[in-house]
Design a protein around this ligand. Structure first.
Ligand code: NAD
Ligand code: ZN
Length: 376
């Protein structure tokens, strides 16, 4: 296939391009080299050899038509990424994520292009809070937004709405509805809905992949708006403690970028359409564990301690991790990289890469906009 990869100069895009080239597809990349990602990393254009690169914006119909004309399929990864920042740089997020996805489909529709498959990148953030089980009530309950009053007391876990006892997080399947709590999440929900709605109406087979937290060599170590693993590495390599919000026992689901790239390829190659799939490690890892693992692989265990601040980010979720049964069954996908191995590899790479620690700037911005607060 001739595949257009939007955002192909980005972190995940690079893995997807290499994965597709390895499988003998031909690849064109469209990427505007957004300075927040590319200037920060200091390495300009980063498109793997073997792919044809066009520097351009997804919002530009002319360049879109040029690259789409010769495409059999599209992996649409181009987007701006960051939950906290999206709560004040609102139009930057809607423009690059929602409008851009609209433009992509519009260009195909208006020019009656023969694109046979589009895979769009969605995010676990579109779920909002995860799924829980109350063992006492024997019920599965979807978590809601935590109240400000609860945050203020430093009471972090979600309680059962019936018996008020703490609940146990369970994996979330794709059938759970959206409950977005950030503009970034909203743009990813819209990306999915635009793709599936227009895909069905105009017979452009489309699939949305809900990525969980992706990590791996190549991720921007200097972009403080995204990726807790990268932010922690950048702190520790600059000999500063990783800053952990809440009590550090909140959890997420981590998946290696090479596993994500394989999911994208399998979705592009399959006949599946009109479907959404979780792409996650399927395991719950606490943020404290992530901080400890980073310190351990950096050989700084004991020398540097994670700084648990008791601060919280407004609208942040407590637990969410993937149920991956659907993608395993439909696409035969499963993860290949274990977290410890992946982090070790990330460390070897990060050591050789310069990283500017801009975490303080990002957290000051959150404070400035009242998005970061402290429990009393
Ligand atoms: N990294 C994660 O943990 C994660 C998790 C869930 C979902 N995702 C999604 O995966 C995709 C890739 O994320 P990533 O981590 O590789 O991010 P990234 O920032 O490294 O890559 C995104 C790329 O898109 C490009 N881009 C942005 N706006 C564009 C525009 N208007 N026109 C053309 N190119 C544009 C950027 O220059 C960048 O190279 C995104 O859609 C993101 O929402 C990522
Ligand atoms: Zn209960």
């Amino acid at each position: 296939m001739r595949v257009l990869v939007t955002g192909g100069a980005g972190f995940v895009g690079n893995y997807v391009v290499r994965e597709l080239l390895r499988a003998k597809h031909s690849v064109t990349v469209l990427d505007n080299l957004d300075p927040q990602v590319h200037a920060a990393s200091g390495n300009g254009a980063q498109v793997p050899d073997g792919a044809v690169f066009y520097r351009g914006d997804l919002n530009d119909p002319e360049i879109l038509l040029k690259v789409l004309k010769h495409a059999d399929a599209v992996a649409h990864l181009g987007a701006v990424v960051g939950v906290g920042q999206s709560m004040y740089e609102v139009s930057y997020y809607t423009h690059n994520n929602v409008n851009a996805t609209g433009r992509l489909y519009e260009t195909i529709i208006k020019n009656k292009l023969a694109v046979k498959k589009i895979v769009v990148a969605s995010s676990m953030s579109a779920y909002g809070e995860g799924l829980y089980r109350c063992t006492k009530c024997r019920k599965t309950i979807r978590g809601g937004m935590r109240s400000e009053a609860k945050f203020k007391k430093g009471s972090w876990e979600l309680d059962c709405p019936v018996c008020k006892k703490p609940m146990t997080p369970v994996p979330i399947p794709e059938t759970e509805p959206f409950a977005v709590s950030s503009i970034y999440a909203l743009t990813k929900r819209d990306t999915e809905e635009i793709a599936l709605m227009l895909g069905a109406a105009h017979n452009i087979p489309s699939v949305a992949l809900r990525f969980f937290n992706i990590y791996g060599p190549g991720q921007s170590l200097s972009n403080p708006y995204t990726g807790v693993a990268a932010i922690f590495f950048s702190r520790v390599l600059n000999l500063k403690p990783p800053v952990v919000y809440e009590d550090g026992l909140q959890s997420r689901d981590f998946v290696h970028a090479s596993d994500v790239a394989r999911a994208v390829r399998l979705a592009l190659e399959s006949d599946v359409k009109g479907q959404v799939f979780n792409v996650g490690g399927g395991e719950r890892v606490t943020i404290r564990e992530i901080a400890d693992t980073v310190l351990k692989v950096c050989g700084k265990e004991g020398a540097i301690k994670p700084q648990v601040t008791g601060q919280y980010r407004k609208g942040d979720i407590r637990h969410c991790f993937a149920d991956t049964a659907k993608i395993k069954k439909a696409l035969g996908w499963k993860t290949a990289v274990l977290l410890n191995d992946g982090f070790q590899e990330l460390y070897y790479w990060a050591q050789k890469t310069s990283s500017v620690d801009r975490f303080d700037q990002a957290s000051q911005e959150l404070e400035h906009f009242n998005l970061l607060a402290k429990a009393k």
